[in-house]
Design a protein around this ligand. Structure first.
Ligand code: SAH
Length: 358
């Protein structure tokens, strides 16, 4: 049996069922068997936009150069990436930014927020360990200059609670044991309705509502920091614009869907991001978030078509590869509309970040 499954069965035996938050946190973070701790899953279990094409990181590099220009070129800023994977996005952003504005590169103090030792090692190879700094938590970032923050496919990996509506109230979905297997079960008691966002309390019995307190608290802190020191955050992920019912917990292994409880630590677990909850957390942190946009519209506003045409002109032999990468990033049935772009900035008196200003 999968060693982490054995460990979880023993833990449930000793302490009782786990919340989905606890289950996901262990499946990811167990120091010995956690999913991200030892391996590089990118390209094997799933693929992300920066790994699809260099164009993605280049355009986002230009996004940050524009924000930096609009804020009158601060001489020093914290350039932070949450969950940088292989470091590809940061490398592509810095290369594109450096060609356009070498002073931007000089002013950037790069900090990567990463918990996985295996991925830190790969990031060091991609970026050179002398130019970047690693921390495990957002709160450990130096408060020195404005914050420029990027997070691509990071928030979908943060653990969620799942609540299921019964005939007379809400129950939390738990992970429990069934002989040698893990299975879902509901708490017999009701949870207080106040844990459910007010806008979705009236859904039909049987509906699932997901709540991610860790993610919203992090967004609140990012917004608070931006309100205090200035700067911008760009969050790209798949999810919904308004809080909605639905069970979106999913496992991916070898680029295919898997059972989320079958092999803890051996499959990736994700859930859709609730951007309405992020908008609310931004306001609570006293930051400002303009309306969310979809990835296709965002990348088009940043000039994806011109950039692709240029790349094809310089590399005619790569034409079909570039066309299919662009389709993957912005195609309506690919990443174009499921993925959303969300930005936080200072609001009043500041220029709206590019791609959000229409
Ligand atoms: N942004 C990258 C990788 C996405 S995979 C890309 O677009 O390719 C998710 C990343 O988040 C991995 O680097 C993983 O190790 C990291 N991660 C997951 N949970 C984390 C946490 N709680 N704190 C910090 N990093 C985390």
């Amino acid at each position: 049996m999968n060693a982490l499954k054995r460990k979880l069965l023993d833990l449930i035996e000793a302490q009782g069922p786990l919340t989905v938050v606890q289950y996901m946190a262990i499946a990811f973070g167990d120091p010995e068997h956690g999913y991200y701790m030892r391996r590089d899953p990118l390209g094997r279990d799933f693929i992300t936009a920066p790994e699809v094409s260099q164009i993605f990181g280049e355009l986002i590099g230009l996004f940050f150069v524009q924000v930096w220009e609009d804020r009158r070129r601060p001489g020093k800023f914290q350039f932070v990436e949450l969950g940088p994977g292989r470091g590809t996005l940061m490398a592509d952003m810095m290369r594109a930014a450096g060609k356009l504005r070498p002073q931007f590169v000089d002013a950037a103090r790069i900090t990567l927020v990463e918990t996985s030792p295996a991925l830190r090692e790969i990031q060091a190879k991609t970026l050179g360990s002398s130019t970047v700094n690693w921390v495990s938590r957002f709160d450990d970032i130096a408060a020195d200059g404005p914050l420029f923050l990027i997070a691509n496919e990071f928030f979908d990996a943060l653990p969620i609670h799942q609540f299921v509506k019964g005939e007379r109230g809400w129950h939390e979905r738990m992970v429990t044991s069934d002989g040698d297997n893990l299975r879902f079960a509901l708490t017999p008691d009701h949870v207080p309705p106040s844990v459910i966002p007010a806008s979705v309390r009236e859904v039909a019995p049987g509906s699932v509502i997901e709540v991610n307190p860790g993610a919203t608290e992090l967004v609140r802190r990012i917004a608070g920091r931006i309100a205090e020191t200035g700067g911008v955050a760009l969050i790209i992920d798949y999810g919904h614009t308004t809080t909605a019912a639905g069970d979106t917990l999913q496992a991916m292994k070898d680029n295919a869907f898997a059972d989320p409880l079958a092999e803890p630590g051996a499959a990736d677990l994700t859930a859709h991001v609730d951007f309405q909850a992020f908008a609310k957390a931004t306001a609570e942190g006293e930051g400002y978030a303009p309306p969310i946009t979809v990835q296709a519209k965002f990348l088009e506003a940043l000039g994806i078509h011109a950039r692709a045409a240029r790349l094809k002109r310089d590399n005619p032999e790569r034409t079909s590869e570039i066309d299919s990468a662009v389709d993957r990033l912005i195609g309506p049935h690919q990443m174009g509309t499921l993925f959303k772009a969300f930005t936080i900035f200072e609001g009043r008196d500041q220029m709206t970040p590019p791609g959000f200003d229409d």
